[in-house]
Design a protein around this ligand. Structure first.
Ligand code: SF4
Length: 256
């Protein structure tokens, strides 16, 4: 069925989120990508990368689900580099192998790791005991010279994480930190919902942290309800994701 937003995309942005899988090895209570979804084969993903690069996209931002669980991720990173593109990766940091760290460095990939607060808070949000693995991945990426930043989803009963994660980044030598106010989509804990007042308070907290740490830590505010982002989804559709998900077009399949 045609969506009212279909066909609205005229120019591609420089960077697009490229969803290689909808599956994940975590169980975040606020997840956008339901488990058990599509995970296309490497050949199909390569065709889509070709199509995107020839349509003006310069940077393929690998995302999921959890992109590190796709068996072809390493080959895909190299493929983007060999085709003259740039790459980025967002990961929960639970399954970052030594080989992947090496390829991320070789391909000059910028990596964003999701860390949502201290051990108890982070583990509670991701639904498993993964805090230490994620912290270890951040440490390994940084010491390998991979450009690594942290992103933190902030929920209503966890606004204190702004201070905690900023201190963590300073201590670890991370130089960029993005705060994502929780976006309500699908079923989730009602304690996560940010009221308008809480969202404004949180934004102000992030703004003062940015001012305070200027020159030491690049603190960012990413509110997807205000600024939706473009995703090449695992089903082959290009969609605009924010509060809602709108299909804009379908990447045509080509024969191998
Ligand atoms: S790590 Fe990302 S994809 Fe995985 S469950 Fe959490 S939010 Fe969803």
């Amino acid at each position: 069925m045609k969506n009212k937003h279909q066909g609205q995309l005229r120019n591609f942005p420089q960077m697009i989120c490229f969803r290689v899988t909808r599956n994940c090895n975590a169980f975040c209570r606020f997840c956008f990508a339901p488990q058990g979804g599509l995970q296309p084969e490497g050949d199909i993903l390569r065709q889509r990368i070709d199509w995107l690069l020839t349509h003006g996209v310069g940077t393929i931002h690998f995302c999921g689900g959890e992109p590190t669980i796709h068996p072809c991720l390493i080959q895909l990173l190299k493929y983007v580099r060999d085709r003259g593109g740039k790459s980025q990766l967002t990961t929960n940091g639970l399954a970052v192998s030594d080989k992947l760290v090496e390829v991320l460095r070789e391909t000059n990939t910028r990596v964003k790791v999701s860390l949502h607060g201290d051990r108890e808070h982070h583990n509670g949000l991701v639904g498993l005991d993964g805090f230490q693995r994620t912290v270890n991945s951040i440490r390994r990426l940084l010491s390998a010279g991979v450009r690594t930043s942290v992103q933190t989803t902030v929920v209503a009963d966890g606004m204190w994480v702004v201070d905690w994660v900023a201190d963590f980044c300073l201590e670890m030598g991370v130089n960029r930190l993005s705060f994502l106010p929780f976006v309500a989509r699908g079923a989730c804990n009602e304690n996560y919902f940010l009221s308008d007042t809480q969202r404004r308070t949180l934004k102000d907290m992030v703004k003062s942290k940015r001012r305070l740490l200027s020159g030491r830590l690049d603190v960012r505010w990413l509110d997807f309800t205000v600024k939706p982002y473009l995703v090449a989804d695992s089903d082959g559709n290009v969609v605009l994701e924010g509060k809602t998900r709108n299909v804009l077009l379908e990447i045509p399949e080509t024969k191998v």
